[in-house]
Design a protein around this ligand. Structure first.
Ligand code: ZN
Length: 136
């Protein structure tokens, strides 16, 4: 291997700890590897032959997923399935706002004008009575 070229292959304890810290903070595995300047395959390869690291990686990934959830938003509840109190409250508020907003569209339009229908009316009273006379 030529010195100074390519990515360092060293993934020692300190680098592993930093990698797991990044993953647990919510940064995806590939991006965490990029930040450390290691190959994206290195952590996966280590996990394949080191059950202890695999276990710590799985825990870090679970924590990372949780940290990616935008807690306190309706999206946390609707898109990420979080049922925590902050996400539940935000989703409840969002549904109430949606109902309020759509109710205004669904209700009767009280600003509408009444347009007269173009129906021809009898012009004189005598003609009105003539019609009634025909009926008997
Ligand atoms: Zn939440």
């Amino acid at each position: 291997m030529t010195a100074g070229r390519g990515r360092p292959v060293i993934f020692d304890d300190a680098a592993q700890a930093e990698f797991l810290r990044l993953v647990a903070s919510g940064i995806r595995i590939g991006d965490s590897a990029d930040k450390l300047g290691i190959s994206r395959r290195t952590p996966t390869q280590l996990a394949a032959r080191n059950p202890g690291f695999a276990q710590r990686l799985a825990a870090a990934k679970a924590a990372g997923r949780d940290n990616r959830i935008p807690h306190g938003t309706a999206g946390g509840y609707n898109n990420h399935g979080c049922r925590g109190p902050r996400c539940t409250a935000a989703a409840t508020a969002a549904r109430a706002k949606h109902r309020h907003d759509t109710a205004q569209h669904d209700g009767p339009d009280r600003t509408a004008q009444v347009h007269p229908l173009p129906i021809a009316q009898p012009t004189t009273a005598s003609r009105k009575f003539a019609v009634l006379a025909d009926v008997g």
